[in-house]
Design a protein around this ligand. Sequence first.
Ligand code: URA
Length: 199
Amino acid sequence: MMDWDTLKAACAQCHNCTLGETRHNVVFGVGDEHAEVMFIGEGPGENEDLQGEPFVGAAGHLLDDMLEIIGLHRSQVYIANIVKCRPPHNRDPLNTEQDACIAYLRAQVALIQPKIIVCLGRIAAMRLIRSNFKITREHGQWTEKGGVQMMAIYHPSALLRDPDKRPDTFEDLKALQRQIHAICTHTHCQTPGAGQPSA
Ligand code: URA
């Protein structure tokens, strides 16, 4: 199996597709390399491309808020994308681009060995769960694949565009929190306010 340094170096130099010609930075992934929970988006946007880190723009701030609802911080999980370079004008990554990039994500999953993978939005769900995945109908549902519990929730960008989707996502996050309690051993969701004992 490829080690982290080899994988990161290969990714940094990648020109497997034309997205490599227009990127400022490869957006490899961020978080705990021993995380039990992974979040997978579709691909970097403008801020991510400029900073080299996933989910640092408006959608990223909302993702941080979503994690906080269930008592998690991004440092406790691992966050990555289906494609590691920004598609121009934030268009959906093409299937050919996904095909060219997916081996990097598979290698990340192999190294991390997460117990839970949460797909952010339909692009990730269609690639990782099932090619005919319907996000409006199937968000929040668990599927087991290769010993990993998988589910998809709405992409934070979709929640920014359509706040009516937020109540469903709140329920999905609660289901994720219950699954973490059930099967994770070192991922502890902090209850807000339950910090230091007072005496
Ligand atoms: N949207 C994504 O899918 N991924 C990011 O990293 C940022 C926005």
